[in-house]
Ligand binder design. Structure first.
Ligand code: SF4
Length: 237
């Protein structure tokens, strides 16, 4: 993607959705942290289904810890990797209580020291809860960054670093939300909807699609050779 295309690319996404939000449901920073921790390799819809009851019973680290391993495991058993996630969530609650006065810390180092919290989860919490211009690279952000040429990279960290370099400051706080939502509803993994895509003009693959389309071939773009798909937490590669 040419540097001059980045501004109109984001301006178009921003115009369509001026206040993008996470689709995870939460009502406190602790619930956000718990929901993101539970969301690795799971859909937001599936996580929301489980956390509705979980957060009603345990909206704080103390109450979550009081549930105990067996009860918590039962409550999140519909979410992938639920046993490990339940164990990590309880261990995280213990640290929040013992080291952070029951609050979610605002520092990246302290967040990443929590069990089950990796770079992507820390980026989401820093961005959504604290308004910091971080770039959480999940499978959607990774795919779109490569397809569009906005921030090509072979792994989530490379993509994150390029996004931090290339996204204009005035779009930085909302950028990862726009990219996630665009990936979820338009730039789909297997069949991107280039024909209906509002940012096609500035997208590398979109322009290639348009040229092929004009020539009579309408094959959808695929991942470029050398890039690999990442799972939904964007951290395991
Ligand atoms: S033009 Fe196609 S490949 Fe580019 S962002 Fe839109 S849907 Fe994705």
């Amino acid at each position: 993607m040419q540097p001059e295309s980045i501004e109109p690319f984001f301006a178009t996404l921003a115009k369509a959705n001026p206040h993008p939000q996470s689709e995870l449901q939460y009502s406190s920073v602790f619930e956000l942290l718990a929901a993101v921790l539970l969301s690795a390799q799971a859909t937001d819809v599936g996580v929301n289904k489980a956390t509705r009851q979980l957060f009603a019973l345990a909206p704080t680290p103390h109450k979550m810890l009081a549930l105990g391993q067996d009860r918590l495991t039962e409550l999140v058993r519909t979410i992938g990797l639920f046993r490990t996630k339940a164990r990590n969530l309880l261990a995280t609650c213990r640290i929040l209580i013992e080291q952070h006065g029951g609050q979610v810390p605002r520092s990246r180092a302290a967040l990443e020291a929590l069990p089950g919290v990796g770079r992507k989860t820390a980026n989401v919490v820093l961005n959504v809860a604290f308004g910091e211009p971080t770039m959480a690279v999940d499978t959607h952000v990774f795919r779109i960054s490569n397809r569009t040429g906005l921030a090509p990279g072979r792994n989530p960290l490379q993509v994150e670093e390029r996004l931090l370099q290339r996204v204009p400051a005035h779009y930085a706080v909302d950028a990862h939300h726009w990219l996630i939502l665009h990936g979820r509803y338009v730039c789909l993994a297997r069949a991107p909807r280039c024909a209906a895509c509002a940012v096609r003009t500035w997208c590398d693959e979109g322009r290639a699609w348009a040229a092929k389309s004009a020539a009579g071939a309408t094959a959808a773009p695929t991942m470029k050779p050398g890039t690999k798909q990442v799972n939904n937490d964007g951290e395991a590669g």
